[in-house]
Design a protein around this ligand. Structure first.
Ligand code: ZN
Ligand code: ZN
Length: 349
């Protein structure tokens, strides 16, 4: 953790200390697993500021940090820091918090630092990739488990609950995001959270779900047909699968992220469904479910060693239904590794 802080501080001016207020970076830089804390990092100080409910936990988890009780007051805490400005997380602080801290900061300048503070998390080390891979494995197993459970007559919510229970029984501490279980015409909604809709014979069923394992998220999507697929379902499914596989096969360490998106988009457009693929090809995954860089048409980023991203093209047709297939890929030692192992050929239940 301390070498992560060294890397962060290398990219920041000497006159600037860093104030971290959001859970993902608190966890990343200190190992502390509650969001009720702040980290204050300067050239010579590593402070974790929390209240009496968490001081014992902070001493155990945040190795190398001095634990400061927040009851000391921000005036005294900032008074011990010689830097003249504070680089802070503008996306992880309320306006009320900002005003309170600013008025206690002895005139120190507050500088927006979200991108700089997040940047080291783009490149995962081998242990982080292992944890994401373990999380994804729980997802794979949950998917094969739920295939035995899905049948006409049950609701999307029941399917979601079955997936979630399985993941928690098998090592997950929580969910990466609200489980998506969208069937029939609802599968045309890329983010259709599970509802009371009853699954019917002939429905597409899109399951997009993930869990948290030791602080790291998984994310995967599979679409199945409940019953026999018709011609149109087959054609749409086949197109998404072809686009997804071509993107995974075509991605390499150093590819422009926009080009990775284009590989899949070209196939979907050539099949006549360009208008029906409205989102980006993928996003990074780590401590948070949506991190950077992204595989998006507008991205200026380049894929690099240590990145972990989703590859998730989809086709969504209003009034008919939709298909998405999503794997996670990691770049490790310059190679692309697919972390998702669930089958991708069309499953008819
Ligand atoms: Zn997903
Ligand atoms: Zn995703």
């Amino acid at each position: 953790m301390l070498s992560r802080i060294d890397r962060l501080l290398e990219g920041i001016e000497d006159s600037c200390a860093v104030l971290i207020s959001g859970y993902p970076n608190i966890f990343y830089y200190s190992g502390f697993t509650s969001e009720d804390a702040y980290l204050l990092l300067s050239k010579d100080r590593r402070l974790i500021i929390t209240d009496s409910r968490y001081t014992i936990q902070a001493k155990e988890q945040a190795v190398g940090f001095d634990v400061v009780d927040i009851s000391r007051g921000w005036g005294a805490i900032f008074g011990g820091i010689s830097e003249t400005s504070l680089c802070f997380e503008e996306e992880k602080m309320t306006v009320a918090e900002y005003s309170k801290l600013k008025s206690a900061a002895h005139g120190k300048e507050f500088v927006k630092g979200q991108d700089v503070i997040d940047a080291p998390r783009r490149v995962k080390d081998k242990e982080e990739i292992r944890l994401i891979s373990e999380a994804e494995k729980i997802g794979d197993e949950a998917f094969s488990h739920v295939l035995e459970f899905v049948r006409p007559g049950i609701t999307e919510l029941e399917v979601a609950l079955e997936l979630e229970t399985y993941m928690k029984k098998n090592g997950a501490s929580g969910l990466s995001f609200e489980t998506i279980a969208a069937s029939g015409v609802r599968s045309a909604m890329p983010h259709g959270a599970a509802s009371e809709k009853v699954i019917e014979k002939g429905d597409f069923l899109t399951l997009d779900f993930g869990c948290v394992y030791k602080g790291y998220c998984s994310d995967m999507t599979r679409t199945v047909v409940v019953g026999r697929a018709d011609e149109r379902q087959r054609e749409i499914y086949g197109t998404v699968l072809k686009a997804q596989q071509a993107a995974i096969d075509g991605i390499y360490d150093g590819i422009a992220c926009a080009e990775a998106d284009a590989i899949a988009r070209r196939i979907i457009s050539d099949a006549g469904y360009g208008e029906n693929f409205g989102h980006s090809l993928g996003h990074s995954v780590g401590i948070e479910i949506h991190e950077r860089p992204n595989f998006s048409p507008k991205s200026k980023d380049t894929l690099e060693n240590g990145n972990v991203l989703s590859v998730e093209p989809g086709i969504y047709i209003d009034g008919f239904g939709g298909v998405r297939i999503e794997d996670l890929i990691a770049v490790s030692d310059g190679e692309i590794i697919d972390l998702t192992h669930s089958p991708k050929e069309l499953i008819e239940l």
